[in-house]
Design a protein around this ligand. Structure first.
Ligand code: ZN
Ligand code: FE
Length: 254
């Protein structure tokens, strides 16, 4: 069976991603244990590994309870704050999950936290709280320069790459993005689509990198419309990408 990727909703807005082939499964960022454990039970899946993007509790709180039932390797960033990680990984490392024939490459993407990682292969990007659909993570432990450099690491990835991020924030993110780029037709369409999906209790993810490049202001800091909006918001910003990024991020935090 080919790889399925399903979202298990937990907490207020988090998604635990379950990658499985009908028999083996990998869980990404279990911020809670009960729902992913029920998912494994319902589908009769054997857990092969847990993958972690960053140390925040809403991505890690379920690890211990899951490990108590399924003692599996835990791949994640090198960071003492995630003591359950048994397979620490960094930039350029590969994560191979044999039973699923799944191979992912690690990108170190500081900004949201200093040790955040994203995982990708030719088909998918697991972006945690670095890249959201139509948004990006708050800068809790990094600078605009660092976050922009992290997002710029995606430049070489194909537009068809599916983006699996950590939260259902798309509708709110679109509302903000439309303040930055009110005339962006792709963004307007994404907003309407996301609202429709949420009205029907459906998930707005995954998106694609092509969609994000066309509508996510944090991937568009070199676009004239976004540079203009940043300079309206904070006159004298200029067109330096990190400076523009910083203005847009502050504006959203505002
Ligand atoms: Zn986080
Ligand atoms: Fe989070």
């Amino acid at each position: 069976m080919p790889l399925s990727i399903e979202a298990v909703p937990v907490l207020e807005s988090n998604y635990v991603w379950a990658l499985h082939d009908g028999s083996h499964c990998v869980l990404v960022d279990p911020g809670s244990a009960a729902e992913p454990l029920a998912f494994l039970g319902d589908k009769g899946l054997e857990l092969s590994a847990i993958l972690i993007t960053h140390h925040h509790w809403d991505h890690t709180e379920g690890i211990d309870e899951i490990l108590a039932r399924h003692p599996v390797p835990v791949w994640g960033p090198r960071d003492d704050r995630i003591e359950q990680v048994t397979r620490p990984v960094g930039e350029g490392d590969r994560i191979d999950i044999e039973p699923l024939s799944l191979s992912l490459e690690v990108l170190e993407t500081p900004g949201h936290t200093r040790s955040h990682i994203m995982l990708h292969n030719n088909d998918m990007l697991i972006s945690g709280d670095t890249l959201f659909s139509i948004g990006c993570g708050r800068l809790f432990e990094g600078t605009p320069e660092q976050m922009l450099a992290s997002l710029d690491k995606l430049a070489g990835l194909p537009g068809a790459t599916s983006v699996y991020c950590g939260h259902e924030y798309t509708v709110d993110n679109c509302r903000f993005a439309l303040q930055v780029e009110p005339d962006n037709a792709t963004l307007q369409a994404r907003y309407e689509q996301a609202q429709r999906l949420r009205d029907n209790n459906r998930i707005t993810l995954p998106s694609t990198l092509a969609e994000e490049r066309a509508a996510n202001p944090f991937l568009r800091v070199r676009e004239p419309a976004v540079i203009d909006a940043a300079n309206q918001r904070e006159p004298g910003t200029g067109d330096d990408p990190a400076a523009v990024f910083g203005v847009i991020r502050r504006w959203k935090d505002g």
